[in-house]
Design a protein around this ligand. Structure first.
Ligand code: NAI
Ligand SMILES: O=C(O)[C@@H](O)C(=O)[C@H](O)[C@@H](O)CO
Length: 340
């Protein structure tokens, strides 16, 4: 790994998240990345996918060869080769506890004690992932979850979830690292101003809970959405319209609590909760309690209606949605200045 770079990242797992993480890390000029994936075709996947994830200034047909030639990118052929000399090891392997435990156990025998260990897991705690490692490996002290929202090369949130044994300076380091990553280049005149504003917004959780916070909120909404479609209250497409015509725009500007604080009038959220308690209590008592492994009628309806509404998710659609996401995040940065 190119020793001249202060940050030398071993990026393990080049699937949906790993490829986007690669594009994100490449925006830091002080960082070299060695990638590894046991999938035999991962190099061709990088060559076919990475250019579209990069800013136009970086994106040319020879980008991968150029990055390799300047030692900013290395394609490893084995795990030991990938992590040799790394200052940070970041995994985006499948969301399977046993798989992540085996990966960290293999890594624990190969890394230096100062190497930072990050997992991109959607919901598997660092303490669970480190459980297979020997105490003397000190993996549990170094490992934390840095959970991104897809796609990480655009989405600002990073949920930093240390385990109970993770040393606090490890969480401080990852937060500073992400805050220093420039945002994606924008074509607008405000782009240069926005470039100076932090793009990434790491938030540290104080406890490990399944799904952390972002996914717990998202999956609570998903559960009720599936219940409402399964009960025939609304179609999947119309439910999506309700979200994108109300909560989506609102939450791009104000989060859950700020929105209701504003909605409470002079008395703020305290007044809101007081005024709305009877209705909130009625709704909370009526929320769907569907079981993901239980009766499947709701699942059949959700899948059928979603497929009928959106069809196969094309690359053109994905590109358009990513452009919208990019514009929303840039609007936040422009309107809010330095984000909290
Ligand atoms: N897809 C999403 O929207 C998000 C996923 N995540 C998390 O990121 C992780 C990866 O998810 P995806 O990228 O969606 O999965 P994916 O299935 O697209 O990619 C996983 C990659 O890991 C590789 N792999 C398998 N075993 C490996 C090993 N032992 N070492 C290194 N690589 C290995 C596979 O070949 C594959 O390329 C999961 O933990 C997931 O929960 C987090 C946020 C969002
Ligand atoms: O929604 C996201 O991008 C992340 O919060 C996730 O972790 C994924 O959706 C995950 O739940 C599915 O892989």
């Amino acid at each position: 790994m190119a020793e001249e770079y202060p940050h030398r990242i071993a990026l393990l797992g080049l699937g949906t998240i790993g490829l986007s993480m690669l594009a994100m890390h490449l925006r830091r000029p002080d960082t070299s990345i060695t990638v590894y994936d046991p999938r035999p075709d991962y190099e061709s996947q990088i060559r076919s996918t990475l250019p579209a994830l990069l800013d136009s200034s970086q994106n040319d047909s020879n980008i991968v060869d150029n990055l390799v030639a300047t030692s900013r990118l290395k394609l490893a052929t084995s795990l030991p080769d990938a992590i040799k000399g790394a200052t940070i090891i970041q995994e985006q392997s499948p969301e399977i506890t046993a798989s992540k435990q085996a990966l960290w156990k293999e890594i624990s025998n190969l890394t230096r004690p100062e190497t930072h260990l990050w997992s991109s897991s959607s919901g598997i705690a660092a303490s669970a992932q480190a459980a297979s490692c020997e105490p003397e490996s000190r993996v549990a002290e170094r490992l934390l979850v840095a959970h991104p929202f897809n796609p990480p090369h655009l989405m600002p949130l990073v949920e930093v979830v240390p385990g109970p044994e993770t040393h606090p300076e490890r969480a401080d380091f990852v937060k500073h690292y992400f805050k220093e990553i420039p945002g994606p280049a924008t074509g607008s005149s405000s782009g240069s101003e926005n470039q100076s504003m932090p793009h990434y917004r790491p938030v540290t959780l104080h406890k490990e809970v399944p799904g952390f916070v972002g996914n717990r909120l998202a999956f609570a909404l998903l559960r009720e959405a599936c219940h409402l479609v399964g009960e025939g209250v609304v179609s999947a497409q119309d439910l999506d319209s309700i979200v994108t015509a109300s909560l989506g725009p609102r939450w791009a500007g104000s989060g859950v609590f700020e929105s209701y604080h504003a909605g409470g009038g002079e008395g703020g959220i305290e007044a809101f909760l007081q005024k709305l308690s009877p209705t909130i209590e009625d709704v909370w008592g009526d929320l769907g309690q569907i079981d993901i492994a239980g009766e499947q009628g709701w699942r059949d309806m959700v899948v059928k209606q979603t497929q009928e509404a959106y069809g196969p998710y094309t690359s053109q659609t994905r590109k358009k949605k990513e452009e919208m996401l990019r514009d929303v995040v840039e609007m936040q940065k422009k309107k809010w200045g330095e984000l909290p």
